[in-house]
Design a binder for this molecule. Structure first.
Ligand SMILES: [Zn+2]
Ligand SMILES: [Zn+2]
Length: 276
């Protein structure tokens, strides 16, 4: 590991430092936390504060605020969003974006990771159903209870939920509730192990992008920024919908290079002529 050469500020309330710092330490950046600005003012998952910016712009705003709040030259912002992915409405999908802002170079570097988050809501008045629902999920996953007395957030494990329900006065017997309540996953990073995994992955990509230097101007983030479809079919050469090449581009000097996939041809299974 290289010694830390640069200090960077991470703006977050939700304990993301431990997820992001190790990958960046590998490329000589030591990340420190700033809580000088309440990131929930930019929007919350549970919807008390609506998000007005796109997740990407939100991550950029956080990265810039981290610089301003600390006076450091590098700021990092993290933002997650749910609802996208290959099957919206059927599969809970998490898109995580990390943004590093270099104030001296006025450069933004974005890194991404995404994937499925198998979490679901439950509406019931039966304690046994709540217990079995929780047992189907990671034990450290947090939950939000929505009952007539309001929202209770950040409940990890059945014992914590049970206590909260007792406190909210919605237990009638040891097995039943006085009303139907809704429990939903708490999607804040410190209560969502699946998100933590994707944030770590995005941090690894950010470190790789920082090390990917433009061969012309040596700026960081010489990376795949676009692609061209049309990889020819191995049987008939017809262009398929597979990636023909990636376009690596430097945002500082505009230099581009094409990067071809390892396989020069696509399987006929992807060909609209051979496999219509
Ligand atoms: Zn360049
Ligand atoms: Zn073909």
């Amino acid at each position: 590991m290289k010694p830390a050469e640069h200090r960077a500020a991470l703006l977050t309330k939700h304990q993301k430092l431990a997820l992001i710092a190790p990958a960046l330490a590998q490329v000589g950046i030591s990340v420190e936390l700033t809580e000088a600005f309440d990131t929930d003012a930019l929007g919350t998952f549970s919807g008390e504060t609506p998000r007005t910016q796109s997740p990407l712009d939100c991550a950029k705003t956080k990265a810039k605020l981290a610089c301003e709040a600390t006076g450091l030259a590098i700021g990092i912002g993290s933002e997650g969003s749910f609802g996208g992915g290959p099957a919206p409405g059927l599969l809970n999908w998490d898109d995580e974006v990390l943004c590093l802002f270099n104030k001296d170079k006025q450069q933004f570097i974005m890194a991404y990771a995404s994937g499925p988050v198998p979490l679901s809501d439950l509406e019931t008045d039966q304690l046994a159903l709540i217990r079995s629902h929780l047992e189907q999920h990671d034990a450290t996953q947090g939950w939000v209870v929505n009952c007539s007395t309001g929202l209770i957030k950040g409940l990890q494990g059945f014992e914590a939920l049970h206590k909260a329900l007792q406190h909210a006065n919605v237990l009638s017997t040891s097995l039943q509730l006085t009303e139907v309540i809704r429990i939903s996953p708490d999607l804040r990073a410190h209560f969502c192990p699946a998100r933590q995994h994707y944030i770590q992955k995005a941090a690894v990509q950010l470190a790789e992008r920082l090390s990917a230097l433009c061969p012309v101007c040596q700026a960081a983030d010489f990376w795949r920024k676009a692609h061209e479809l049309g990889l020819p079919c191995s049987a008939c050469s017809y262009p398929t919908q597979r990636v023909k090449y990636y376009i690596k581009r430097c945002d500082c000097c505009g230099h581009t290079e094409h990067e071809h996939p390892a396989e020069p041809y696509a399987e006929p299974a992807y060909c609209p002529l051979c496999n219509p």
